[in-house]
Design a protein around this ligand. Structure first.
Ligand code: HEC
Length: 275
């Protein structure tokens, strides 16, 4: 039974798979992927058979594609990830998991964030006819796996729902963010805050978004902006520029901005060449 299901999965024609979400996938712009992956796992290889044996019927409270509740046959991913963490001795706080799709769409999330929730690999849409895994129009695109988050009531931001998922890759964060990652452990808290609050718009050593200005090369922002101004600007950019393109960063605490500034000023002494 499992064999035939596996064959069915493998036999499905490869058609393009696209992003389920409209928003920019996490880190698509902020990650420089240049290092060899720490670890890569093929979800379709021999291990898949054990995976398939663990398939359950699950209710997804809100599926962002169908914009409603859905039922799937799906494999819990968390126990599997837990095994990988143990067997590979991964530091979950510093590992990014990258979901590799058939068409090259590669969203990523921090492993800790994934483990805080309860992801499943859907293998069958239970609204599809019994003899098929997916509805006709979706069949080729969605196999072999569609990543779903059953208990995310409204497709919370930062969670990705890729389909046509084939491989999992694990990278240490300092590989993904190498040029922005501080060598000094004391600065990691500031880096993490920077990564979650600023990096999607601002780059450090060219790692990060491009909507706002680069913060480190050739001059560090801390070399020409006073800390007190950075702090006030983050909370209320319009108090500096009536037409600022930067939205106020909501809910950030003074202490958190201090940590970010400390990290920024540390990076001043760790610039990369501009080229
Ligand atoms: C949604 C995108 C976005 C986010 C998130 C964001 N910024 Fe900005 N930031 C901008 C843009 C765009 C500018 C360009 C200047 C303007 O329009 O006023 C800017 C400008 C700045 C400036 C002024 C630099 C200059 O010379 O103009 C500082 C300082 C700054 N940001 C700090 C931060 C910090 C610190 C964070 C994180 C806590 C952050 N920003 C998060 C978009 C963003």
């Amino acid at each position: 039974m499992h064999k035939s299901l596996l064959l069915l999965l493998l036999g499905i024609i490869i058609v393009s798979c696209q992003s389920v979400e409209k928003e920019i996938p996490p880190n698509s712009e902020t990650t420089i992927v240049e290092d060899t992956p720490l670890l890569e796992i093929d979800l379709e290889d021999a291990q898949a058979e054990n995976l398939l044996a663990a398939a359950l019927t699950i209710d997804v409270i809100y599926d962002p594609v169908f914009k409603r509740a859905k039922k799937y046959k799906a494999i819990p991913l968390k126990p599997y990830l837990a095994q990988v963490v143990v067997s590979q001795n991964l530091d979950t706080a510093n590992t990014e998991i990258i979901f590799l799709c058939k068409d090259g769409y590669n969203p990523s999330m921090s492993l800790n964030k994934v483990l805080q929730n309860d992801p499943y690999l859907a293998i069958k849409d239970l609204e599809a006819p019994a003899e098929r895994n997916w509805m006709d129009t979706l069949r080729g695109k969605w196999a072999p796996f569609y990543l779903v988050w059953p208990n995310n009531a409204k497709a919370t931001k930062g969670y990705t729902w890729p389909y046509g998922l084939k491989f999992l890759q694990f990278k240490t964060s300092d590989a993904s963010y190498k040029a922005a990652f501080p060598k000094d452990k004391k600065q990691i808290a500031g880096f993490e805050l920077y990564k979650s609050k600023c990096m999607k718009c601002h780059s450090i050593n060219k790692v990060g978004g491009i909507m706002g200005p680069e913060f480190n090369i050739p001059k560090s922002i801390t070399e020409y902006w006073q800390a007190v101004d950075i702090k006030a600007f983050v909370k209320d950019p319009y108090s500096y520029r009536y037409n600022s393109k930067m939205p106020p960063v909501e809910g950030i605490k003074d202490k958190e901005i201090d940590k970010i500034i400390s990290y920024l000023s540390y990076m001043k002494d760790h610039k990369i060449a501009i080229e």
